[in-house]
Design a protein around this ligand. Structure first.
Ligand code: AMP
Length: 495
């Protein structure tokens, strides 16, 4: 099948040629004709399958055919809503590329940055708007955006949207859209809550499906190293050096963890950077750009920050931890091996994560190859139920102590938010607190997550969190209730 067979107009064909696309991917082949026929589409496809072009190309074509030759002020015709800033930026970059030989105007809006330039762009008029939910509702509230002219609505990565706690924002948006419209709904997985949501948005949709989440990775070679918690950094370094990796995306479950991993690698002269929700948008963009250009060798990212990262020909992804939600594993490894390229996903597994490997293998329906040639093999055992209960109790106690200390500090006139202050670092912290405009909080990501995570129980995906025992625990009364065996076993965390 060729793009010509999909009745794509000349200006877009020319742009596709510039991009070097010769044939449509399966999702494009299946979805584009239906979108051009103004049908609603329910697409089950994950990033990496070419789904962005599957909705962007026909949207550009439909608007171009309608507006061609008109000198009227651009009217907002299409709204594309996606969960993360990186994804929003990437979708707009795609639209820019495919529409470069048309007069289509487009813009992207997302939180975490000042709204001024986004508002200025909106005032100049756009046909297609790509947005994350928080900033979109914000600018609608301020009267800068009206949705009553929308003809084509796209909800992208719906499953991730719900994971990130955006359900109420989505409901608010749907209520603001004109009833008579065409809607496209994309999700990597289709559990019942997603199907239910799609029913409230779509009208008699055509269903198109490619590579269900559980079978990703057909093009990704997957391997696994079993190791101890304390050896992970050494093992990561060993893998990078042994395989001579010069571009690798490393996943970390926590934001602090991501910073730590990047810091450790830098100490070993490996050019690394981290991206996560506590970094300002421009820092994130800069790190991503440097990674794409090969200036940064290792990019360490949390799951949310990495969502939608699209790096052509990224060959290596390393999971510094094994995620407790199997679908997260599938999303992570899908960052490599995109659009049919060969990819490699390596996972580093500590004893507490052994059980997660089993769940992942069940989902993907195959065994992951275990690398035996490993200088840092796993010698420790996972915690028993009793040890885990003790661990959780201690963690809970530590949390309470942390908040009690923080409240004490605040009552004492400290006034700043964040960690309890130790006298040693007080000066530098005070300076930091006074600093104007620290890293912009990602409203789309972190504030939503905070609320969501508060409601989570232990079986749900875990919030990005610090390791249970911090430095201060060492030898002090915080560990007094811990059994000796546990103290010895988790000495690494107590030092
Ligand atoms: P997506 O699933 O939209 O994130 O796209 C994944 C990658 O596939 C991106 O790098 C696209 O530029 C690329 N891509 C999309 N469509 C095609 C195509 N027809 N031929 C080759 N590459 C494509």
């Amino acid at each position: 099948m060729k793009f010509e067979n999909l009745d794509i107009i000349e200006p877009i064909m020319k742009a596709l040629k510039d991009k070097g696309y010769s044939e449509p991917t399966p999702i494009q082949e299946k979805a584009i004709p239906h979108v051009l026929q103004r049908k609603d589409v329910l697409g089950c496809a994950q990033t990496g399958t070419g789904k962005t072009a599957a909705f962007s190309i026909p949207i550009i074509q439909l608007i171009h055919q309608k507006e061609k030759g008109s000198n009227d002020f651009p009217v907002l015709r299409s709204l594309i809503v996606t969960p993360t800033r990186e994804l929003a930026i990437q979708i707009e970059e795609n639209i820019e590329a495919y529409s470069k030989y048309t007069d289509i105007k487009h813009a992207v809006i997302f939180g975490g940055v000042k709204q001024g330039s986004q508002v200025a762009q909106l005032k100049r008029g756009v046909h297609i708007l790509v947005a994350t939910p928080g900033r979109l509702l914000d600018l609608i509230g301020q009267g800068f955006i009206k949705l009553d002219t929308i003809k084509l609505f796209v909800l992208d990565e719906a499953d991730r949207m719900l994971d990130m706690g955006f359900i109420n924002d989505i409901k608010k948006l749907i209520a603001l859209l004109p009833e008579k419209r065409q809607s496209l709904f994309f999700s990597a997985t289709m559990p019942s809550n997603i199907v239910k949501l799609s029913n409230t948005i779509l009208n008699n949709p055509i269903k198109v499906e490619v590579t269900p989440a559980s079978s990703t990775a057909e093009t990704v070679n997957q391997s696994l190293y079993y190791t101890n918690r304390t050896s992970k950094n050494d093992l990561l370094l060993h893998i990078i050096n042994e395989k001579n990796l010069d571009q690798v995306l490393v996943f970390s479950r926590t934001k602090h963890g991501a910073d730590r991993i990047a810091r450790n690698l830098k100490k070993k002269n490996i050019n690394s950077a981290s991206i996560h929700g506590d970094k300002a948008q421009n820092q994130r963009q800069k790190a991503l750009q440097q990674f794409k250009e090969g200036k940064v060798k290792v990019l360490v990212a949390t799951d949310i920050a990495a969502r939608g990262i699209d790096i052509d020909k990224l060959k290596y992804v390393i999971n510094f931890d094994v995620p407790n939600v199997p679908e997260t594993y599938v999303h992570r490894i899908g960052r490599s091996g995109r659009a049919g390229e060969e990819g490699n996903a390596i996972s580093i597994c500590e004893p507490e994560e052994n059980a997660h490997v089993k769940d992942i293998q069940k989902l993907i329906g195959r065994k992951i190859e275990v690398i035996e040639d490993n200088p840092f093999p796993q010698t420790e055992k996972p915690m028993t139920a009793a040890e885990k209960a003790e661990w959780n109790k201690e963690k809970q106690r530590k949390k309470q102590e942390f908040f009690a200390n923080r409240n004490k500090n605040r009552a004492g006139g400290g006034g700043s938010r964040g960690k309890a202050k130790s006298p040693k670092n007080k000066d530098s912290r005070d300076k930091k607190d006074k600093r104007k405009g620290g890293p912009a909080k990602d409203k789309d990501e972190s504030s939503k997550n905070k609320n969501r995570n508060r409601r989570r129980d232990d079986n749900k995906p875990k919030k990005e969190e610090e390791k249970p025992y911090g430095k201060k625990a060492s030898g002090g009364k915080r560990t007094k209730n811990m059994p000796e065996g546990l103290k010895k076993k988790y000495k690494w965390a107590l030092e």
